[in-house]
Design a binder for this molecule. Structure first.
Ligand code: URA
Length: 434
């Protein structure tokens, strides 16, 4: 077999066989096939696509290129939740404790933030003392004892995906639905959960800008997961405005804690309840959404879900007193109000730009080496469809002095206001199930 023949075959729009996909991925990982040939193939895939069979075999090759986490020593149903990334997305911090409070097991490996989107690990590390590195044996013990752990990736999972993703990043070949679906699913499958909830974000602040693309990606991922005998539900959710109010690290954790106390922002609470309901239904804990909402409400009112977060913080060496004393997170030097310079209905919020302005303050990274300032960030106080007057506060900027004016200017620029009434966004756009 020769790589060049496989490149030509894909360029001409033919389906690749499982043997050909194996030849390419195996050869690439072993450095027998050079980057330039793999780049050419990736570009051909971007134009010609991958069908279901090809996506399955590509996922399988990437999955089998590294270690796979074996969760069989954990009693009960292991659930994982994955978001394709957004601005103000602190959903895992609320969903994981709620799900654990129902007796399901949340054994979750999370990632760090890059660019305009944040990462769960960075948010958790804003809790004083919190450790995201946990040995495999402690990880299993923690999940068996309290039902919840959110940790950094320890095992060497999907090295082929890591190599391929680095190449895609610099060759303009990230945006292929087949490649994205295989990449995400290879990592999720390697993490070992039985049930996977995918939160596919759609809109300005997301990878997928249109509902059609997001739907195609979601369907592709559900099909891949099902072929590997996992239960997978994908939700398409709105990212055409920041989720909830807080964008940053400690301020997002505080918002998550408030949500677990029953005081969260409406859109964020609705998203968390919906995600939890889908997980509970697919895990046969309850049969309809109304019943799920009632049961989740009980877990919130009784503080059982909040106590799961507290247990996790204690097990992972953090100071759990933060739950009742937010001053323990530390504070920034200044909180500045950003005021509207126009009157009218909020028509568009350039969400990626708001994410970037939070990053500029120090809440995120522009390169993987940047160090995060845990206490800075932005609170957005208006949603699409809200009516604002000149001088109304659009957002609060939590700053320690880094790029403050640039960030404020970007926030003002991010809001488009019109005289016509604007419809409010729905947070749940579609659900693609089994
Ligand atoms: N996230 C991933 O993990 N992989 C992709 O290809 C795109 C987004």
């Amino acid at each position: 077999m020769r790589a060049v023949d496989i490149i030509i075959k894909k360029k001409e729009g033919y389906e690749l066989t499982k043997e050909e996909i194996h030849f390419i991925i195996d050869g690439f990982v072993k450095k027998e096939i050079p980057d330039y040939q793999v780049s050419a193939l990736l570009m051909a895939i971007c134009f010609q696509g991958l069908n279901e069979e090809e996506q399955f075999y590509l996922t399988k090759e990437m999955l089998e290129s590294g270690e796979q986490v074996d969760l069989s020593s954990i009693d009960g149903i292991c659930v994982d939740k994955h978001s394709t990334g957004g601005v103000g997305d602190k959903t895992s911090l609320v969903v994981a404790p709620i799900i654990a409070s129902f007796g399901l097991k949340m054994a979750k490996m999370s990632g760090r933030g890059l660019g305009h989107t944040g990462g769960t690990l960075d948010k958790l590390e804003s809790i004083p003392g919190f450790q995201i590195s946990v040995s495999p044996s402690d990880f299993f013990k923690q999940v068996n004892d309290i039902g919840i752990a959110v940790v950094g990736q320890t095992a060497n999972i999907t090295p082929a995906d890591k190599l391929l993703y680095s190449l895609r990043d610099v060759t303009g070949t990230v945006e292929s639905i087949g490649l994205i679906a295989s990449s995400i699913m290879s990592k999720k499958l390697a993490s070992g959960a039985h049930t996977i909830l995918l939160d596919v974000k759609v809109g300005d602040g997301a990878f997928m800008k249109t509902l059609d693309d997001a739907r195609e990606l979601a369907k592709a991922m559900v099909k891949i997961g099902n072929k590997f005998n996992r239960k997978v539900v994908a939700m398409l959710t709105d990212m055409d405005q920041p989720l909830g109010e807080a964008i940053g690290n400690s301020i997002e954790v505080i918002e998550a804690i408030e949500t677990l106390k029953g005081n969260g922002p409406k859109d964020f609470t609705e998203l968390c309840y919906n995600i939890c309901s889908e997980i509970l239904m697919v895990s046969n804990v309850c049969s309809d959404k109304k019943e799920c909402y009632k049961l989740i409400d009980e877990k919130i009112k009784s503080h059982e879900a909040l106590n799961k977060l507290k247990d996790m913080i204690i097990w992972q060496h953090g100071n759990s007193d933060v739950i009742n004393d937010y001053s323990l997170f530390g504070s920034c030097k200044e909180v500045i109000e950003v005021k509207s310079i126009k009157e009218g209905y909020v028509k568009k919020i350039h969400t990626a730009k708001i994410g970037t302005s939070a990053m500029l303050l120090g809440a995120g990274r522009s390169t993987i080496k940047d160090v995060i300032d845990p206490v800075v960030g932005i609170k957005t106080l208006c949603k699409k469809g809200d009516y604002v007057k000149v001088g109304d506060t659009l957002a609060l900027v939590y700053t320690n002095g880094k790029n403050t004016q640039e960030s404020i200017d970007m926030i003002i620029d991010s809001y488009e206001v019109t005289k016509e009434v604007v419809k409010k966004n729905n947070i749940i756009l579609d659900i693609i199930g089994e």
